[in-house]
Design a protein around this ligand. Structure first.
Ligand SMILES: Nc1nc2c(ncn2[C@@H]2O[C@H](COP(=O)(O)OP(=O)(O)OP(=O)(O)O)[C@@H](O)[C@H]2O)c(=O)[nH]1
Ligand SMILES: [Mg+2]
Length: 389
């Protein structure tokens, strides 16, 4: 009985604080950005601190042979194009530069190159293209003979690395929807071995390539893009740490911090990601947005966002699992997977979530003010104890 009272008290206190902190957390500053990738090197001191305060969005470059699927990837991930519609995309004949920043937290420039770029063309300004590049995604069509693509990959990577060794090289082994599971793995192994051997032979053994199996016909392209984008977020370790503390004190099994518009997850806790959980959480976002659009908006309110600070939902699955979604700010949602008995301590989860949201805001405030000291945050665990971090 005493324990029960204790629990009730914790919940009550937690809820009281929750309502106080919600007001404090407020809405999010608009000009969030990822960090120093695209900026003039002279504006950064040797410790990586920005001196001039000029900070630009990172650039992601899409390269690969013709028809490998570059434009389709961009359209499906950032323009909600349905995969079937990509069949009608025309071949790209000049570099298409796009600023992905209007409605989403995931802010960067993406440059989609035509398949057959000629590095020896005098108009191809490698210094400028690779100099300010955060990630280079090289797309290989896995349904086609990939020998020519590998040759082009080696050529592209060696050239880019000489200009900017800080680029993250990401290889998308793409269109794997047409391949059996075994064949997929064999193809990845083969491409991995050949690509790294080629670089080794060219004297570039220090270059690291990351490989991803992708298709626009399932969630793999979103997952791969999530990983590419995460590497460009300097605050990633802090976000992961916050998520780890949040889930371990709230009896939650897995949590993803999602960019709602693109459904890219910008961080997750450190337990391994399985594709099914990620897909479930993506579907949860779709359900919440769809239901909000249909039932959530008042008449005359059609232009109001479907996702706002009141957005929150729980879906109970028939296997004893609950999906729980909460708005973090107008761009981000936290989607958690937990056992349904853990939902009994909803007050504790609410309190910890409020702390988590305040923590996220502080991370970016600290980043903005270039003050690297982070204020303390405290969570409440299942036993009602306060955990500081
Ligand atoms: N099966 C399958 N087809 C895909 C996938 N991604 C793209 N495609 C198809 O590949 C074809 C070429 O796609 P694009 O996106 O135009 O290729 P691209 O690399 O931009 O081509 P260029 O602009 O000519 O360099 C289209 O018919 C797409 O429908 C995929 O994941 N699976
Ligand atoms: Mg194209």
């Amino acid at each position: 009985m005493a324990a029960e009272n204790g629990d009730d008290l914790t919940v009550a206190v937690a809820q009281k604080n929750a309502s106080e902190v919600t007001e404090e957390a407020g809405s999010y500053p608009k000009d969030l950005s990822y960090g120093v990738y695209d900026c003039d090197p002279s504006s950064v001191d040797p410790n990586g601190t920005i001196i001039s305060g000029i900070e630009q969005k990172p650039r992601i470059v899409l390269m690969g042979l013709r028809r490998s699927g570059k434009s389709s990837i961009q359209k499906v991930v950032f323009h909600k194009m349905s995969p079937n519609e990509t069949l009608f995309l025309e071949s790209t004949n000049k570099v298409v530069k796009e600023d992905i920043s209007n409605s989403s937290f995931v802010q960067f420039h993406i440059w989609d190159f035509p398949g057959q770029i000629d590095f020896f063309d005098p108009t191809f300004d490698s210094e400028n293209i690779f100099g300010g590049c955060g990630a280079l995604i090289f797309v290989i069509d896995a349904q086609d003979d990939y020998m020519e693509a590998l040759e082009r990959l080696r050529h592209t990577v060696t050239r880019a690395y000489k200009i900017n060794p800080r680029i993250n090289f990401e290889v998308f082994i793409h269109k794997v929807d047409g391949l059996s599971e075994d064949y997929k793995m064999d193809t990845q192994r083969d491409i991995h071995a050949r690509a790294t051997d080629d670089l080794y032979d060219a004297g570039f053994e220090q270059v690291h390539l990351s490989f991803h199996l992708t298709s626009i016909y399932d969630h793999s392209i979103f997952e791969a893009f999530s990983k590419v984008v995460q590497k460009l977020i300097p605050q990633l370790p802090t976000l992961e740490n916050l998520l780890n503390i949040f889930i371990s004190n709230s009896a939650i099994e897995k949590a993803f911090l999602f960019d709602v518009v693109s459904k890219i997850y910008i961080a997750t806790d450190s337990s391994p990601v399985d594709m099914q959980s990620y897909e479930l959480c993506c579907d949860m976002i779709d359900v919440v947005i769809d239901v909000s659009c249909i039932y959530g908006l008042m008449s005359g309110d059609e232009l109001a966002p479907a996702f706002d600070r009141h957005s929150q939902a729980s879906i109970r699955l028939n296997n004893g699992t609950v999906l729980h979604l909460r708005e973090v700010n107008r761009f981000l949602a936290l989607v958690c997977i937990l056992r349904d008995d853990a939902m009994e301590k909803q007050g504790m989860i609410d309190y910890n979530f409020t702390m988590f949201r305040a923590g996220i805001q502080k991370v970016f405030e600290v980043r903005k003010s270039q003050n690297r000291k982070m204020a303390a945050i405290s969570f409440t665990n299942e036993n009602g104890e306060t955990v500081h971090c």
